[in-house]
Design a protein around this ligand. Structure first.
Ligand SMILES: Cc1cc2nc3c(=O)[nH]c(=O)nc-3n(C[C@H](O)[C@H](O)[C@H](O)COP(=O)(O)OP(=O)(O)OC[C@H]3O[C@@H](n4cnc5c(N)ncnc54)[C@H](O)[C@@H]3O)c2cc1C
Ligand code: SF4
Length: 488
């Protein structure tokens, strides 16, 4: 432990953000870098707990007290080695993770938790700045070939781990660029895309091949791919969007959130797109769905120049404090206010949309809602009930549906003959990540359903271990909680 009295001396400090009016002018990240000494003081707040609950809160099992201590002592390079021992891409999680580790931090019981996520981001940025992150190709090759399908965080993590084990890895991605939802879902103001490119360059130098515009099952034959590789790892995500099949859903002006976000990400990075322009400029926008996707739509709409942005959430408004039923160290369902929310939005909870209204030309003019309540009956799941006489009309010109995702697409499932569960996630047990087809494995959202980046990286790493073991009879690739040899 760095400083015994650190948590008593220093208060929690996080990065400042540029003022709203300034950041809304562009799509750049807007966090203001903290001075190194201030980050080191934050590392000093860590109590090096006998049982570090932060570890169990982190799906990667990050060695948090160890890197906090190194940061406090100014040993940034060692901190970077420890961090990379369990996380291939801390630059993604350090920016985008909701930080379950911080909700589990022991200091959080009666104080503000350690700023683990921001420390992580500062470590990895320091490492890139100083050139400590360099290609580490394997010393020898096994002669085994592995195909990874999908280049989101799960696919990238699986590919890097398998390459480290000496296998020849090719990542097949149907989009024009690598990154999955990191590139085409999440807006630049949360993570600029050169952050992905910088890491992918290192991976290419390590010997990983990337085939883009390669849609397996469409322009790449799945059976040929399976035959030509010793193992296949499916990391295609959970991309089937939930719709809202109500009256007027075909109105011009009702869009799926991912169509809006993907196009905007392409526009910001100068990529061509063929679809008609989707713009929130000058519009009264209603975003239906209160999760991460909804929040990204709010930030993007405000940057487009929307006249107003309103956000509907069907669930009731959570409390700011932990609910009693979700005590520390569990992940609590509490009210989260993102940086996009702070940029301007009216948030409405306990509301359900009943119909869209359109004019004679089919253009959206508004929608009709009702209030809802969740009725709890002991032993049963809460039931949604409409509040009588609560109907309301809202004028609007654009609606973005951010209602989540229902599971994985059918193309790969059919082509490989895979079994799925009730939610259309591809079936594979956590014990080996292997599907019902012998040399086909699955990881990330495609296995667990729409989740988090940190889980996708964790799944990619776990799956890589099992693929390596399948190919070689044993594996030195670490599993979660193994404690790997530090390597960047
Ligand atoms: C708008 C939005 C915002 C989010 N924000 C956050 C956040 O802030 N923090 C967080 O932790 N999580 C966030 N998430 C969730 C997170 O992005 C996902 O959980 C994570 O990206 C899943 O990683 P993955 O690798 O499993 O799949 P994905 O990232 O979905 O990648 C799958 C890839 O596979 C490719 N693919 C699919 N089928 C084929 C095929 N047949 N052939 C070739 N390629 C194929 C796809 O094109 C895609 O590139 C967000 C999700 C969305 C939609
Ligand atoms: S739980 Fe919090 S205080 Fe304890 S070791 Fe982890 S980060 Fe440090």
């Amino acid at each position: 432990m760095g400083k015994v009295t650190g948590f008593l001396e220093y208060k929690r400090e996080v990065e400042d953000y540029k003022p709203v009016e300034e950041r809304l002018k562009n799509y750049e990240e807007f966090a203001v870098k903290m001075a190194k000494s201030r980050v080191e003081n934050q590392g000093a707040r860590c109590m090096d707990c006998g049982i570090p609950f932060c570890h169990s809160g982190c799906p990667l099992g990050n060695l948090i007290p160890d890197f906090n201590d190194k940061v406090y002592n100014g040993k940034w390079k060692e901190a970077a080695e420890i961090l990379h021992a369990t996380n291939n891409f801390p630059e993604f999680t350090g920016r985008l993770c909701p930080a379950p580790c911080e909700e589990a931090c022991v200091l959080g019981i009666n104080e503000d938790p350690v700023t683990i996520e921001n420390i992580e981001k500062n470590i990895v940025e320091e490492a890139f700045k100083n050139g400590w992150i360099t290609a580490k190709p394997p010393k020898s090759r096994t002669g085994k070939k592995v195909a990874v399908i999908g280049s989101g965080p799960a696919g990238l993590a699986a590919a890097q781990q398998l390459n480290r084990a000496g296998h020849s890895v090719t990542v097949y991605e149907r989009d024009a660029k690598v990154g999955g939802l990191l590139r085409y879902g999440i807006p630049d103001f949360k993570m600029e895309k050169h952050i992905i490119d910088r890491r992918v360059e290192v991976m290419k130098e390590e010997g990983i091949l990337f085939e883009t515009n390669a849609h397996v099952g469409v322009n790449v034959d799945a059976s040929v791919l399976k035959k030509e590789h010793d193992a296949v790892v499916l990391c295609g995500g959970a991309t089937v969007r939930r719709g809202l099949p109500i009256q007027g859903a075909d109105a011009k002006g009702v869009y799926q959130a991912m169509d809006f976000l993907k196009q905007n990400n392409k526009r910001v990075s100068g990529e061509n797109f063929e679809e008609a322009e989707i713009s929130a400029k000058g519009k009264r926008v209603i975003v239906i769905g209160g999760g991460d996707t909804g929040s990204d739509c709010i930030g993007t709409s405000n940057r487009h120049g929307a006249v107003s942005v309103t956000n509907f959430e069907i669930l009731s408004k959570p409390t700011i404090e932990r609910p009693e039923a979700q005590p520390w160290p569990f992940w609590p369902m509490r009210l989260r206010t993102s940086t996009s929310h702070k940029e301007g939005v009216e948030r409405v909870f306990s509301i359900s949309t009943k119909a869209f209204k359109k004019d004679i030309d089919g253009n959206l003019t508004g929608l009709v809602t009702c209030e809802v309540e969740w009725v709890k009956t002991p032993g049963k799941r809460p039931q949604l009930r409409e509040v009588p006489n609560s109907e309301k009309h809202w004028d609007c010109d654009m609606v973005l549906l951010a209602l989540g995702f229902t599971g994985s697409e059918t193309t790969l499932v059919e082509q490989f003959g895979l079994e799925t569960d009730m939610r259309t996630n591809i079936k594979a047990p956590e014990t080996n990540y292997q599907t019902n087809v012998n040399n086909v494995f699955v990881a990330g959202d495609m296995r667990r359903g729409q989740s988090l980046i940190v889980w996708a990286i964790s799944e990619g790493r776990q799956a890589a271990h099992h693929v390596d073991k399948y190919l070689m009879g044993k594996s030195d690739l670490p599993l979660k909680g193994d404690g790997d040899l530090p390597r960047i």
